[in-house]
Ligand binder design. Structure first.
Ligand SMILES: [Zn+2]
Length: 469
């Protein structure tokens, strides 16, 4: 008991002391989370009472936090501040609740009694935490057994097998949500007395992983579900059912988050029906946090300003792009691993920047990544395997190429000076498909690289940095 009291005392001291030393445990993060307020976006059928219950709050507490009178009506899409979750102080080490995860698991990982962790975080209802929720944890963690250095991508598995623990549990115990995310060279602490995570999954579901957590507007979530028998999985998120690709007991889905999605917590529902007729439903709230996109005001003159005044001129071109970059094929062309950068240019303007054209109304955003600083004629390469859907010349986008990578993933290449492929061509990662140009409405040679997943415009650079399932 003394040890527990000491841990709690340590944490409280850390919460109170400032500035906090920069040294952080791996797998925790020390960024300033003063602005981390949980916002609940009201869903169809919810009431103040049901939302308060979900977060373990009194109805009055929730009303007061949102300046709601006793007879005020809430509407679908309204954003409510969840006061109990507004609890992480600056400088605290934090852990993030994974999908299917729970406070119990975090408590086990940090070897602190779950009641203490709940009290520390002022969590009244530990079962109601959304995936992606940050929880303050003791910074001096996870106190471990012997340390082992990961030599290559296989050694985590070898170490886990040698100690008779699951690779997933070993990864979790070191604050990493998936064994594949442990880099060679890293030190692992062997969690001798950490139990396997409680079986929080409904029976036919064996494991659920959503990466990255929390999600962000304009970025793609990768979902991996393992079930105990083959069957049909339905994935519902952000008011849509998303395509699922199933191979036996493995199911994968891509969950693109629209750029204009309000930060908040949203329900993700998995419904599974097994071959033997068993079924299960898992619903968990998933946190979507601000994407941190900058803003810019763009002043247009001349012909460009005229186009701005007549948006209908570009409507046909936009409709063409939306039509050509949507669809779903079960065949996956892109290989395991991240996408390649399609050209040698530097990132001149990132995806998602909010833009106001000749006004102060930020009602548009940059729909791709601009790779510039390279001369006309610089090669453009396919970032992953795929099939060329179309090429052509458009007024605004100039010479273009569109590639279908399968599973609803499309990439587009605008403003080219030359096109080296034809519709129907199969391309492989690293194959040259054209050259950088300055065609269409472009003021300097650059490649505008655009990506759509299930028709939703997302940041292609995320696919260069991270591996999708
Ligand atoms: Zn651009």
């Amino acid at each position: 008991m003394h040890r527990h009291a000491w841990l709690v005392l340590t944490v409280l001291t850390l919460l109170l002391s400032a500035p906090y030393p920069a040294a952080a445990q791996e797998g925790t993060n020390n960024r300033d989370t003063r602005s981390a307020v949980t916002v609940h976006v009201v869903q169809d059928g919810e009431t103040v009472t049901s939302i308060a219950a979900r977060y373990g709050l009194g109805v009055e507490t929730l009303r007061r936090a949102n300046a709601l009178g006793a007879y005020d009506i809430i509407t679908v899409g309204q954003r409510l501040i969840i006061p109990a979750a507004d609890r992480i102080e600056a400088g605290a080490a934090t852990a993030t609740v994974g999908l299917g995860g729970s406070l119990d698991q975090i408590a086990a990982r940090y070897r602190i009694p779950v009641e203490d962790l709940a009290r520390l975080n002022r969590i009244a209802n530990p079962a109601g935490l959304p995936a992606g929720q940050e929880v303050a944890v003791p910074a001096a963690t996870p106190a471990g057994g012997p340390l082992v250095r990961v030599v290559d991508s296989l050694s985590l598995w070898r170490v886990a097998l040698a100690h008779n623990i699951s690779p997933t549990v070993l990864a979790l115990a070191n604050g990493v949500e998936h064994p594949a995310l442990i880099a060679p060279g890293r030190l692992l602490s062997l969690p001798r007395d950490v139990e396997a995570p409680d079986d929080v999954m409904a029976a036919p579901l064996a494991s659920v992983l959503l990466h990255p957590l929390p999600l962000q507007p304009g970025r793609t979530g990768g979902l991996r579900v393992e079930t105990r028998e083959p069957g049909t999985l339905t994935v519902t998120f952000l008011d849509s059912d998303w395509p699922v690709v199933s191979e036996g007991t493995q199911h994968r889905a891509l969950l693109p988050v629209d750029r204009w999605t309000d930060p908040g917590v949203y329900p993700l529902t998995l419904t599974f029906t097994g071959e033997s007729g068993t079924s299960a439903t898992l619903t968990q709230m998933v946190s979507i946090v601000d994407g941190g996109y900058p803003r810019e005001v763009i002043r247009l003159t001349g012909a460009a300003a005229e186009t701005l005044a007549n948006p209908a001129d570009e409507a046909g071109e936009i409709a063409y792009v939306e039509r050509t970059m949507s669809g779903f094929s079960e065949e996956r062309h892109f290989a395991e691993g991240p996408f390649l950068l399609p050209t040698a240019g530097v990132l001149a303007s990132g995806f998602g920047t909010e833009r106001a054209y000749n006004s102060d109304v930020f009602d548009r955003y940059h729909t791709g990544a601009d790779l510039g600083g390279a001369p006309i004629g610089t090669p453009i390469y396919a970032p992953a395997d795929g099939v060329v859907v179309d090429t052509g010349l458009l007024d605004a986008r100039g010479y273009i190429t569109i590639i279908d990578h399968g599973w609803g993933v499309y990439t587009g290449y605008w403003h080219q000076s030359a096109i080296f492929v034809r519709p129907g061509d199969t391309v492989t990662a690293g194959q040259q498909i054209g050259t950088i140009g300055n065609t269409g409405r472009s003021t300097a040679p650059h490649l505008h690289w655009e990506m759509r997943v299930h028709g939703v415009v997302v940041d292609p650079m995320q696919w260069v940095r991270e591996e999708m399932p």
